[in-house]
Structure formats: structure tokens, C-alpha cells
Design a protein around this ligand. Structure first.
Ligand SMILES: *Cc1c(COP(=O)(O)O)cnc(C)c1O
Length: 412
């Protein structure tokens, strides 16, 4: 095993190399591509998923429960693998609920959030016995009826739209006017209604934002979430047994981005867990993570079809792009397009490099995987790897757009 000498983005060194080949799940990339039988494909590395969990368990206090927000990667094999390691699965649709249940996740440890839960989805959730994070007054009425009809108590928590934001997060999902949750100031009224209807109230869910690399901001949001939950708990119809403080842990994608400082988050959660012993005796404190658990364990692999030079600029045209990996193309919520870490996975030891752009096969200028990056000199047949691709990849991409073949996903 040799370390790469080619210009490889620093955030990808979770993978090692053998000669020119990137190693994925212990297999040289070309070998893996043969095993998969086609390009493009996503590959997720079990060992990396496992070591990320171990790292988190070490950094966070023992009594903090870790949930996997499966929308980050709903591949059934991944969900099954994660279900065995985490303390619960967070789902956001009946479709995800099915995958989680099929994967063998304990219904008692599944929670269901989302702003537009349909009647049928709520019925399925009650029947499954999962915890439903209520996001509107409408859901309380519906759940009351469903509980009576099915003769099953609906297990509920209240998703609170806090009166603060998660500073510096890539995507804000709380604070100000939001479609998510119930505004904090309306929660006392909602709790009274939950009590009137005798739903099985368990606690609160607060989620302020996503993709945050600033530990300070995350700690601040966790503290504020805790304090808000404490204030609201005065109005609760029964004691709190569940307090989900959200997540938002980010991963580095772009040059200069610095890995999240888990130690300070661990210390902060330890303080909150200690406070909770008095404030919420017996309650579980939960952190829900998606991207942080799976993002760095995955790569997207495509094959160079063509190599073109247009007016001095080199283009590597590969067999997949934004149709499979919208995020890497920069079209999934990014304000300014930046390159994900990309390498030629079959030339990891190359000395000679060039500036090249990697583009997909779609007839749109948006289909870019790498814009003028320094890469090993590649030829048709070489495999291009996009790192940090284990979250919001295949399931977050418009696969039908332009009618190319679907991407395959493998867990190795
Ligand atoms: C999307 C989402 C998550 C996961 O966010 P990541 O940035 O992938 O960690 C967690 N909780 C809720 C409520 C979400 O909507």
C-alpha cells in the first residue's frame, strides 16, 4: 500500500490506495467496477461507516442516543447496516418507514418527522408503533381519530420551530417563519390539545439546520434547544421521556474547510445530559445525524467516455453526472458552485497532472462534476471518483432526467 503522490484532495484520505488504484472496501477500484458490472455506481464502505460510529461513541457521552436520519442515505442495505449500530432511525415518509422496518429497526426507536404527513402515512405510523413528531394542529386531530379507530395510542413528540437559527449552517431548518414544526409560541396550546385528546406524549424534537462545521454554533443551538424544551415542558401533559436536540453536524467538502471539533460537542452534551438528570429524569437525549454518519464513507464512480479539448480547456466526459449526483454538480442548494473532492481513481500514483474539467453526458451546462481541477492525466476508460458522496447522492438526484441508465449502489 502506498500513499498517493498525485494531487489528491486532503479530505479523502479515509481511503487508501494500492499502486494506481484507489482501494474501496479492500478492493482495487477497477476490480470493484468489474464486480459491480457497470459504471456509474456509488460504493459505500462498511469499515468507514463502522469507524465513524466508533469515533462518535467515543466523543459523545454514553447516555446520548444516536439516531440515523435515513434521508441522507436510504439505500436498504445501508439502513440495515446502520440500524444495527445506532439507537434509532429517523424517517420522513411512509416509504422510508417501510425501509426502516424492513431493515429490522425497532419500531419503538423509529421517529417520523415531516411537514406534510398524509392521513395514510399517519395511520401507518400509528399501526407501526413509531414515535410521530407532530408538526401541525391538523396532525393532532387526525392522530386522535386514528388512535380511536385503531385502538392504539399514538406515540407523539412535538417538533418545535425554535425562535432561533443554527448559525453558519448550510441549510437553515428552524427559526423565523418555517414550514417545519410548530412555532415555539404556539406549542403550549398544541400541548393542551395533545393532552385533551390523550395522545401518548413523549417529548420534543428540535432541528435547527444542517451541514454545520462550527462546533460553537452547534453547541449553542443544542443549549438553546434544551432551554426551550425545558421552558415548554411546563405545559406538557406528561413527563418528558424523549428530547431530540437535532444534529446538523457537517463534513468538509471544499478546500479550506476544517473538520468539526467533536470534543467540544461531546463536552457540551455531557453538561446537558447532566442537567437532564434533574430536569427530565429518565428521559433520553437524542442527536439525529444523517450526512455526518454516512457522507464520508461513500464515493461516486463514473467512467471517462471521451476526452476533448475546447479552445484550450480540457474536458473529461464521463458516463454519469448530475442525473446521479446533483449535489456534486452544485445544484442541490449550493449558492456558489464549488468542486467536491475528485480524483482519477485508476491513476492515484500519477506524477503528471493537468487542469481538466469533468462533465457528465447530459445536454446541459449544469452537468459538471469538476470545474478546472488539477487531476492526473486521464484517458477514456479511466474511472473518476467523487469523494464525500455517501449522503444526498442517488436518492437526491433526478435520475430520469435525459433518460440515461440508473445508477447502481453497493455496500462493500
Ligand atoms: C435532513 C434532516 C436531518 C439530517 O440532516 P443531516 O444534515 O444529513 O445530518 C436530521 N433531522 C431532520 C429533521 C432532517 O430533516
Amino acid at each position: 500500500m502506498t500513499m498517493p503522490t498525485a494531487p489528491v484532495h486532503t479530505t479523502m484520505n479515509q481511503f487508501s490506495t494500492a499502486g494506481n488504484q484507489l482501494l474501496v472496501g479492500g478492493l482495487p477500484l477497477r476490480h470493484l467496477a468489474e464486480r459491480v458490472g457497470q459504471t456509474p455506481f456509488y460504493a459505500y464502505d462498511r469499515n468507514l461507516l463502522r469507524s465513524r460510529m466508533a469515533e462518535l461513541r467515543l466523543a459523545l457521552p454514553e447516555n446520548i442516543k444516536l439516531h440515523f436520519a435515513m434521508k441522507a442515505n436510504p439505500m436498504p442495505a445501508v439502513v440495515g447496516f446502520m440500524a444495527d449500530m445506532v439507537d434509532g432511525i429517523d424517517v420522513a415518509s411512509a416509504g422510508e418507514l417501510k425501509v426502516a422496518l424492513d431493515a429490522g429497526a425497532d419500531p419503538h426507536e423509529i421517529s417520523f418527522a415531516g411537514p406534510g404527513k398524509r392521513n395514510t402515512e399517519l395511520r401507518q405510523a400509528v399501526a407501526a408503533g413509531v414515535l410521530i413528531n407532530i408538526e401541525s394542529f391538523r396532525e393532532v386531530d387526525l392522530l386522535a381519530n386514528i388512535s380511536l379507530e385503531l385502538e392504539l395510542p399514538a406515540r407523539v413528540a412535538v417538533r418545535v420551530n425554535p425562535d432561533f437559527e443554527l448559525k453558519g449552517s448550510g441549510m437553515k431548518m428552524g427559526g423565523g417563519p418555517k414550514q417545519f414544526g410548530v412555532d415555539a409560541e404556539l406549542v403550549p396550546e398544541l400541548l393542551a390539545k395533545i393532552g385533551d385528546h390523550k395522545l401518548a406524549f413523549e417529548g420534543f424534537h428540535l432541528f435547527a439546520g444542517s451541514q454545520n462545521l462550527k462546533a460553537e454554533s452547534i453547541c449553542e443551538a443544542q443549549q438553546k434547544s434544551y432551554d426551550l424544551a425545558l421552558a415548554l415542558s411546563r405545559y406538557a401533559p406528561s413527563p418528558i421521556s424523549f428530547l431530540n436536540l437535532g444534529g446538523g453536524f457537517g463534513i468538509p467538502y471544499f478546500p479550506g474547510e476544517i473538520r468539526l471539533d467533536l470534543k467540544s460537542i461531546g463536552r457540551n452534551l455531557e453538561q446537558l445530559a447532566n442537567r437532564a438528570k434533574a430536569d427530565f429524569p429518565g428521559a433520553s437525549l437524542v442527536i439525529e445525524l444523517g450526512r455526518y454518519l454516512v457522507g464520508e464513507a461513500g464515493i461516486y464512480v463514473s467512467r471517462v467516455i471521451d476526452r476533448k479539448v475546447s479552445r484550450g480547456q480540457t474536458f473529461l466526459v464521463v458516463d454519469g453526472g448530475l442525473n446521479h449526483h446533483l449535489s456534486a454538480s452544485g445544484n442541490f442548494g449550493q449558492v456558489i458552485r464549488k468542486n467536491y473532492p475528485v480524483a482519477i481513481g485508476t491513476r492515484m500514483n500519477a506524477i503528471q497532472t493537468e487542469i481538466a474539467s469533468v462533465v457528465g453526458p447530459l445536454c446541459t451546462p449544469l452537468d459538471i462534476l469538476a470545474d478546472r481541477m488539477t487531476l492526473a492525466i486521464a484517458e477514456p476508460g479511466d474511472l473518476v471518483v467523487v469523494f464525500q458522496s455517501g449522503a444526498y447522492g442517488a436518492s437526491a438526484s433526478p435520475q430520469r432526467f435525459l433518460g440515461h441508465s440508473d445508477v447502481i449502489e453497493v455496500l462493500v
